[in-house]
Design a protein around this ligand. Structure first.
Ligand SMILES: NC(=O)c1ccc[n+]([C@@H]2O[C@H](COP(=O)([O-])OP(=O)(O)OC[C@H]3O[C@@H](n4cnc5c(N)ncnc54)[C@H](O)[C@@H]3O)[C@@H](O)[C@H]2O)c1
Ligand SMILES: O=c1ccn([C@@H]2O[C@H](COP(=O)(O)OP(=O)(O)O[C@H]3O[C@H](CO)[C@@H](O)[C@H](O)[C@H]3O)[C@@H](O)[C@H]2O)c(=O)[nH]1
Length: 443
């Protein structure tokens, strides 16, 4: 099948490369010339495990190409994978979707199947179809398909080939059959539905996952008060198949380009339809306050942060990605700078992106050791393997005072107890070894 994918971000590029890998002929189109030039040379503009190897392989085999030219007349199927960011009121900004639809309409010379991968509010697929139809000759027939994407950043290629389901929302059998054909080689379960239900499945899934995270974070707060351990609690809960053991990691909340924007968008969708989504509003509220927990704990541990040297370990919104969108490091760094702290940040991959997201006062270091050297407090923001596997003696030998506040519960409490560290994590007992307590008292 000849497929054109519009937009080569995390979703568009991974979709294009994966469809090429299973044998389709794919052209990826983007308006960003610099990005297209990189990709045409086999260089991925995003950090995503396995992606670049598959890109190179499929460019060489002639299955994959990149262009800035907005001509779609030769494609059998056109995928839309442009961004749908959040507007200040929480609604989705559909300007890129609208532009893509108009670009499609302008260059169509025959019937087309248009597949929406982007996450769009309920009813948007009907709107896209109308936009295209209004701008094309009457005899051209448009079939619209909603095919929401469920990949996670950091494991996007793996997820595409090993996902739990492919959702295909259609308005007629033709769209359904062609999408089944395109996706057959992924060998994943396919679930068919109508357009609006497919659009809703995407938002409901993300909102439910976000709810699990805020729920366990609330439980973690109670664990701290009553002296329980949230990891043991989550483990015990997860053994019940009806609950499941995934997405119950307490921490500093969810970030990234999807959960924050999609939960806000669903609250808006509900509100526009006269439903007050109280539960989801609370989920969002809990998440917003969760992000500031590390700063609050730092103040409790050392008092006034002014003039203190504070290390941020991990800056991206999760490990294995360079994506800084809605990363917890952003409000945390801003608050620390506001309080007069001297902030030093480390991330194995995301520093180039982090420079434009974090306040200019933040300094960046290439290694964990350089980042924590002379620090008063280390805050763990992202659970990168390199941070989880560090020898804990680094904290005691390099920091001015080894106070580690771990927002991702990276270390086992048994391991921490072997070191003279003041260790504060989320929903687990605080550890303040005697040596540290003494050294703090004499500071
Ligand atoms: N990032 C994820 O993990 C993820 C997962 C599932 C779904 N989604 C959804 O997929 C969509 C895309 O997300 P993303 O993170 O890949 O976005 P992104 O911002 O990384 O990439 C969007 C790309 O589209 C390009 N673009 C914009 N307008 C264009 C046009 N008219 N023609 C050609 N190219 C154009 C931009 O230059 C950019 O490269 C969003 O709706 C998002 O909610 C994202
Ligand atoms: O138990 C958990 C699991 C995740 N998180 C946080 O939640 C956020 C999102 O994590 P994850 O879901 O792994 O990453 P995303 O790449 O944002 O993927 C989500 O958002 C995508 C975009 O819609 C969907 O396609 C995916 O299915 C959905 O998992 C990150 O900040 C994580 O740190 C937690 O705090 N606790």
């Amino acid at each position: 099948m000849r497929i054109t994918v519009i937009g080569t971000g995390y979703v568009g590029l991974v979709t294009g490369v994966s469809l090429a890998e299973i044998g389709h002929h794919v052209t990826c189109v983007d308006v960003d010339e610099a990005k297209v030039a990189m990709m045409a040379n086999g260089i991925s503009p995003i950090y995503e495990p396995e992606l670049e190897q598959l890109m190179e392989k499929n460019i060489q085999s002639g299955h994959l190409s990149f262009t800035t030219e907005l001509h779609f007349s030769s494609a059998d199927v056109i995928y839309i994978a442009v961004g749908t960011p959040q507007l200040p009121d929480g609604t989705s900004d559909l300007q890129y979707i609208e532009q893509a639809a108009l670009d499609i309409a302008r260059s169509l010379t025959k019937d087309a199947i248009v597949v929406t991968k982007s996450t769009v509010p309920v009813g948007t697929n009907h709107w896209i179809k109308t936009l295209i139809e209004e701008a094309t000759p009457k005899e051209i027939k448009i079939t619209i398909v909603s095919n929401p994407e469920f990949l996670r950043e950091g494991s996007a290629v793996y997820d595409t080939f090993n996902g739990d389901r492919i959702v295909i929302g259609t308005e007629n059998n033709q769209g359904r059959e062609i999408l089944d054909d395109i996706n057959a080689s992924f060998g994943l379960p396919i679930y068919h539905t109508d357009l609006k239900s497919a659009e809703m499945i995407k938002y409901a899934s993300n909102a439910f996952l976000a709810t699990k995270i805020s729920f366990i974070n609330e439980i973690s707060a109670i664990c701290e008060k009553v002296g329980a351990n949230v990891e043991d609690v989550a483990f015990g809960m997860g053994k019940d198949n009806r609950i499941g053991d995934k997405f119950l990691n307490a921490g500093i909340g969810y970030g990234g380009s999807c959960f924050p924007k999609d939960t806000n968008a669903l609250v808006q969708i509900a509100g526009n339809n006269e439903h007050d989504f109280k539960l989801l509003k609370s989920v969002i509220k809990v998440n917003n306050s969760q992000r500031m927990k590390l700063v609050e704990r730092a103040i409790e541990a050392v008092g006034d942060l002014s003039g203190k040297r504070i290390s941020l370990l991990g800056l991206s919104f999760k490990p294995n990605t360079d994506d800084m969108r809605e990363a917890a490091s952003i409000p945390i760094a801003q608050e620390l700078v506001n309080q007069g702290a001297h902030v030093v940040g480390f991330d194995p991959i995301a520093i180039p992106n982090a420079r434009s997201f974090l306040p200019e006062e933040v300094q960046f270091k290439e290694t964990i050791e350089e980042t924590i050297r002379g620090a008063d407090v280390a805050l763990i923001i992202t659970e990168w393997d390199v941070i989880k596997s560090i020898d804990l003696t680094a904290y005691t030998t390099l920091m001015t005072s080894p106070i580690v506040i771990d927002g991702r519960n990276c270390y086992s409490l048994d391991e921490v107890r072997r070191h003279p560290i003041h260790y504060i994590s989320i929903g687990r007992p605080e550890i303040q070894n005697r040596f540290v307590a003494n050294s703090l008292n004499t500071r």
